[in-house]
Design a protein around this ligand. Structure first.
Ligand SMILES: [Mn+2]
Length: 344
């Protein structure tokens, strides 16, 4: 048997889940293998969409984590996404609606007899926070804006530094870094260890932070807060090209009072991507099902591609419909807020 670990590419939870499989291999899979064999297990990253469309080829000995269940029967599967909830039980298949897949695997390993170090317990809290984007405004600052000093990084900072290594703009590099991080001698958690430090996470992180800063400066020219609809609008149709790296939390750093954020981005073939989300610092301000709203937007203004979760969603529409779509979304957001105010 040749095992491979298949996980979510470009994602800290995907990388950390693969790490947990290597760390707690015996407890999780119920199988004992040598140190050597364990080290040699290859790790491959892919995307949920590639699993759903069956464009990724799975083997029966694969260990699949933080991804939807493949059609092919595999050796081990674990996931935490609501949309992956299995219909039937299978041997070595695990699912739970949990904040992160890594956290779920840590719980499973403990249930099956593993002893957890304090570092691993602390890491579980960190990855749970990151995978659900439960940051405070202060934490966003410390993680997404360059600080003067990194002598004593916080748990979150250590984690986003490693995230910067596996979430660059180059997917081939991301794949190589993922493989490399999981074949070196593993540290106590996914974000520490002597061999990991040698790969210089800070170099990747600094590059990303500089990219964010440049992007924020560019976007400052046209991002605005529409007070009437309580929504920050970032309309990328207004510019030909935005330099830097997108900081997805910026709307609420700049306008913390806003309920919602809508982004329109022209993409290939005369289409546009619309993203809608609720203020990440106040998910309780969300007064309507944004996933459902986006599904409707996709149907009304595009070719039916749209959906998401309660507080965040997206749709692909025809570019020529984007003014109408923006107006429609802003109206629906305001309607929901007005109705909630009346019922107070
Ligand atoms: Mn995840």
């Amino acid at each position: 048997m040749v095992h491979r670990i298949i996980t979510h590419l470009g994602c800290l939870d995907g990388y950390s889940s693969a790490f947990m499989v290597k760390k707690f291999f015996k407890e999780l899979t119920g199988k004992e293998i040598s140190e050597e064999e364990l080290k040699d297990i290859d790790v491959v990253g892919t995307y949920p969409g590639d699993v759903q469309t069956e464009s990724f080829e799975f083997h029966e000995d694969d260990i699949v984590v933080d991804l939807p269940q493949p059609l092919t029967k595999v050796f081990f599967w674990a996931d935490h996404h609501l949309t992956s909830k299995p219909k039937e039980e299978k041997n070595n298949y695990f699912w739970k609606e949990a904040p992160s897949c890594s956290g779920f695997l840590i719980e499973l390993a403990e249930e099956k007899g593993a002893t957890l170090s304090d570092e691993i317990k602390r890491y579980k809290e960190t990855i749970d926070k990151i995978d659900t984007a439960e940051y405070s405004a202060e934490e966003i600052k410390e993680c997404y804006h360059l600080q003067n000093n990194y002598d004593n990084p916080t748990d979150l900072q250590k984690a986003v530094m490693v995230l910067a290594m596996i979430h660059t703009n180059d997917n081939y590099l991301n794949q190589q870094v993922l493989k490399t991080l999981l074949t070196i001698n593993l540290g106590e958690t996914p974000v520490e260890g002597t061999e990991l430090q040698k790969l210089n996470p800070m170099m990747f992180y600094r590059a990303q932070l500089e990219g964010f800063a440049i992007w924020r400066k560019e976007v400052d020219e046209y991002i605005y807060y529409d007070e009437e609809h309580d929504c920050v609008v970032q309309d990328d149709r207004k510019v030909k090209f935005t330099k830097g790296l997108a900081d997805r939390f910026y709307a609420y750093t700049k306008f913390p009072e806003a309920n919602y954020n809508v982004r329109i981005k022209p993409i290939e073939r005369d289409l546009a991507r619309i993203s809608v989300n609720c203020n990440i610092f106040h998910k309780d301000w969300c007064m309507l099902d944004i996933g459902l709203l986006c599904a409707n937007v996709g149907k009304k203004f595009g070719e039916k591609s749209g959906g998401g979760h309660y507080t965040v969603g997206g749709a692909i529409i025809n570019l020529e419909n984007s003014d109408k779509a923006l107006k429609y979304i802003l109206e629906k957001l305001k309607e929901a807020d007005d109705e909630a105010d009346l019922n107070k």
